[in-house]
Design a binder for this molecule. Structure first.
Ligand SMILES: *[C@@H]1O[C@H](CO)[C@@H](O)[C@H](O)[C@H]1NC(C)=O
Ligand SMILES: *[C@@H]1O[C@H](CO)[C@@H](O)[C@H](O)[C@H]1NC(C)=O
Ligand SMILES: *[C@@H]1O[C@H](CO)[C@@H](O)[C@H](O)[C@H]1NC(C)=O
Ligand SMILES: [Zn+2]
Length: 451
């Protein structure tokens, strides 16, 4: 790819690129019916007095499964959709489809194996250190958007985004621009605080704002995605989007701000009462697995075998363990065995991009949609919603809507993975992106060349 490798600065490269595209657009408009030319016709230098620079306001609704928007009236989300660009069949999360890995993939454009947050919680198989959403920078690899922004002289605001409290580069999670996570802060207060930053003097308005809602994830976990209480939470999130829209309209900048509305993953019912459970102890006739080897059961089974010192070739023993487990699961004698497939991490399907990290345990089990894995039969019956499963499942998808000057009105995009978003935001803000797993061509297909 040509990209911008040999071009000295991002501003220059962007201007240069815009010239190229302008030329191409003129040529295309001259030679066709000009379907693609409105962006050219309406082009002018940043034309808005109230806001003379591109601003991105990204809003994440945790656990907003694709399709929730059809559960009930969502007039405000609908307004963004009709006036903006939507992933028609939803945004594809990264595997595992958990909150921390996905929020940090959206922020960095990297798959979890490369940004280091491989699950919400995990033990490093090599060092034995435990990650529990801690803020030590050593866990958080890659370069999130807020760091890219401040490193290149822009201003950023984060409101509860996973990883944003970690100090990195020029980003120190500054007071007033990066509050400490506190789930008791109402959604209204979050919205109003973010909006108040638009009242700052022009040069102090953050170029990048990232806002997090913990709904409708909470209700989805507690009651499953089909419960009316989830529908209420969706309504409530829509009202918050309305609060954002009205706040921007009141300031006469609704059409000037790039609002990106998305979610980290979907939600699926997993109910023990439906007998959708796999018990590890049922494999005992083939293989016994000590409980302290198992780091996580479901939706991702993660096994870190602790072979004794006398074992000369642990890799071979791991492969044997996987083979035995799959033999048991495929025997027809383990209840629901067909819904669990176990892999050496290097052998996982490539589309998951889930092997290139020493933090990922050597053995990973892919659990069927909505299934639960447990050690043994206990009397506790769980019934709720969950996510974390294979990102191929439609139930794990979330939403993506972009609204604002660089997003076409009423456009529908095919679904795409959330690692593409980093480049999109970098392009809107004129930032030089850090290396990531998104593609530059995607950004070109999503965004209008000019505002
Ligand atoms: C969390 O937010 C609530 C509501 O705004 C507030 O009362 C409480 O003091 C906050 N807790 C901390 C630890 O800041
Ligand atoms: C079931 O598994 C748990 C660990 O998950 C263990 O503490 C318990 O002793 C096991 N019970 C039986 C009956 O094996
Ligand atoms: C993802 O991006 C990182 C950083 O550029 C790179 O090292 C890695 O090879 C990429 N992985 C894939 C699957 O593209
Ligand atoms: Zn989540």
């Amino acid at each position: 790819m040509v990209k911008t490798k040999h071009v000295p600065s991002p501003k220059v490269s962007l201007a240069f690129l815009n010239l190229l595209i302008l030329a191409a657009t003129v040529a295309a408009a001259a030679g066709s019916n000009g379907l693609d030319s409105p962006s050219f016709k309406t082009w002018r230098p940043w034309p808005f007095k109230k806001l003379n620079k591109p601003v991105v306001l990204m809003i994440s609704c945790d656990g907003f499964r694709f399709g929730y928007q059809f559960k009930t009236e969502t007039p405000n989300i609908d307004l963004l959709i009709s006036g903006g660009t939507e992933a028609k069949t939803g945004l594809i999360p990264v595997f595992p489809t958990m909150t921390f890995p996905n929020h940090y993939s959206i922020a960095t454009g990297l798959y979890p194996a490369y940004h280091g947050i491989i699950m919400n919680q995990f033990t490093d198989p090599i060092t034995g250190e435990v990650f529990k959403r801690g803020l030590d920078p050593k866990w958080w690899l890659g370069e999130p958007l807020w760091v890219t922004a401040v490193n290149q002289g822009l201003k950023a605001l984060t409101y509860f985004w996973a990883g944003s409290e970690v100090h990195k580069g020029s980003w120190t999670c500054p007071k007033g621009f990066c509050p400490h996570y506190n789930s008791s802060v109402s959604l209204e207060e979050r919205v109003d605080t973010v909006l108040s930053h638009f009242d700052l003097p022009q040069y102090e308005i953050p170029d990048l704002m990232m806002l997090y809602f913990d709904e409708p994830d909470r209700e989805g976990h507690s009651y499953g995605p089909d419960d009316p209480r989830v529908t209420n939470a969706v309504s409530r999130v829509d009202k918050m989007i309305g609060r954002v829209i009205n706040g921007l309209k009141k300031r006469k900048i609704f059409d000037k701000v790039h609002v990106i509305l998305l979610g980290d993953h979907g939600m699926v019912t997993n109910c023990e009462c439906d007998n959708k459970v796999i018990f590890i102890d049922d494999l005992a006739d083939w293989i016994k697995i000590p409980t302290n080897w198992i780091q996580a059961y479901s939706p991702v089974l993660a096994i870190n075998p602790q072979w004794g010192r006398d074992v000369k070739n642990p890799a071979k023993k791991n492969a044997e363990l996987v083979a035995k487990m799959n033999e048991a699961l495929g025997s027809g004698k383990v209840e629901n065995g067909e819904f669990l497939q176990v892999y050496l991490k290097e052998k996982l399907p490539e589309r998951l991009h889930y092997s290139e990290s020493s933090r990922i345990p050597p053995i990973i089990g892919m659990v069927g949609e909505g299934l639960i894995v447990k050690q043994n039969r206990t009397n506790v019956q769980e019934c709720y919603g969950n996510h974390g499963y294979d990102n191929m499942f439609f139930s794990m998808r979330s939403i993506f809507i972009g609204h604002g000057p660089r997003f076409r009105r009423g456009k529908k995009m095919p679904s795409f993975e959330n690692v593409q978003i980093y480049n999109v935001v970098a392009e809107i803000l004129g930032l030089r992106p850090a290396p990531n797993n998104g593609s530059y061509l995607f950004t070109r297909s999503l965004l209008l060349p000019f505002w």
